[in-house]
Design a protein around this ligand. Structure first.
Ligand code: ADP
Ligand code: MG
Length: 339
């Protein structure tokens, strides 16, 4: 008798969830990225108990077609790519088609969605990966996801959650990073009924920085603007006076995707080297635009890590972009910095 079996779908989804859904903040990230991919201009996130008992994401995006809504929860189901070669020039934040299946396998999810051209929307409830309700419903255009009881059926995962305030901190961090990368979208984060983040969505990065980090930080930012044949870098670099004691105030976006990357971090460090004491880190928000063919985003399931095919060029460009901003000392426009 052989011993090998093929795992049932629910089990394999739960295993896959282990990679994508580590904690409430990962759920928030996936849902908000879906809202962005859907063209939303307003995205609101609400959490209770650090997101463990409730995560609610409301958007005003394209909505999901009635016929698509149940398929969206299947593993490897996506509207964003059709074939492997599409990965070479990816422009959406999502493409793996795994997030909804993973989230739904380890929680109770309710989704209500309506595309603009439909008179009614659809409501679907899924618990631990099993569909338990699906009805037509009246609702506004866009999509609302409600995720409850995260990890109720995966006690090992549940056990690793930190206290609610720590989990809420992770959620707040990810919403801030995403908001900084999308100044044209208005974001709101409500934690235990208090609004903790509210960005204007007026497509001005500096006023987004102001709304997230306050006037003192926004006042001390210098504009970054650099371009050569293959790369464009814009954003704001904080004056050395507002340097921090950790890297948490550095936000890097590659083709609008928030990333972490050692090559870029060390180029920033190098540019600030003569201005900063040891163990001090610049405040900086950088948008890097690069031909998608020169980067591989499909390195890690959370897509936070990327690989460059020409690392030296990236290093040099980031170094010069930041260094030019520091040298020019041109003070920022004082727009949007009124009380
Ligand atoms: P991916 O984002 O990788 O395509 P997901 O599992 O995150 O995979 O989502 C599956 C599909 O569900 C998406 O491709 C999209 O078509 C649809 N979808 C999910 N969330 C939304 C949303 N907020 N608005 C519109 N469509 C959505
Ligand atoms: Mg997605």
């Amino acid at each position: 008798m052989g011993k090998i079996v093929i795992l049932d779908e629910n089990t394999s989804n739960q295993i896959a969830a282990g990679e994508v859904v580590e904690r409430p903040a990962s759920v928030v990230k996936e849902l908000v990225e879906n809202s962005i991919d859907a063209g939303s201009t307003n995205i609101s996130v609400e959490i209770s108990n650090g997101g463990v008992s409730l995560i609610k994401v409301v958007d005003n995006g394209s909505g999901i077609e009635e016929d698509d809504i149940e398929i969206a929860f299947e593993r490897h189901s996506t509207s964003k790519i059709r074939k492997a070669s599409d990965l070479e020039a990816i422009t959406s934040l999502g493409f793996r088609g795994e997030a909804l299946a993973s989230i739904a396998s380890v929680s109770t999810v309710e989704v209500t969605s309506r595309p603009a051209h439909r008179e009614y929307g659809r409501y679907v409830k899924i618990q631990g990966g099993t569909l338990i309700e699906s009805n037509q419903t009246g609702c506004p255009v866009g999509t609302t996801f409600i995720v409850r009881e995260l990890f109720y059926n995966t006690p090992a995962r549940f056990k690793f959650l930190k206290k609610d305030s720590t989990e809420a901190g992770y959620v707040s961090d990810i919403v801030s990073r995403i908001a900084l990368g999308n100044p044209d979208i208005s974001f709101r984060l409500i934690n235990n009924r208090n609004t903790v983040i509210h960005t204007p969505g007026n497509n001005d990065l500096l006023s987004t920085i102001y709304s997230l980090y306050g006037k003192e930080t926004a006042k001390e930012c210098m504009e970054v603007s650099y371009e050569d044949e293959s790369i464009k870098i814009t954003g704001y670099a904080g004056r050395p006076e507002i340097a921090r004691s950790n890297r948490n105030y550095q936000s890097i976006y590659l083709n609008r995707r928030y990333i972490k990357n050692k090559v870029i971090s060390s180029a920033i460090d190098e540019a600030y080297k003569t201005y900063l004491l040891k163990n001090k880190f610049a405040f900086i928000v950088l948008y890097i635009e690069l031909n998608p063919l020169l980067v591989d985003v499909n390195v890690h399931p959370t897509k936070m890590e990327v690989r460059f095919s020409r690392e030296q060029d990236i290093f040099r460009a980031v170094y010069h972009a930041v260094n030019n901003a520091l040298l020019s000392k041109t003070h920022i426009r004082n727009v949007a910095i009124s009380d």
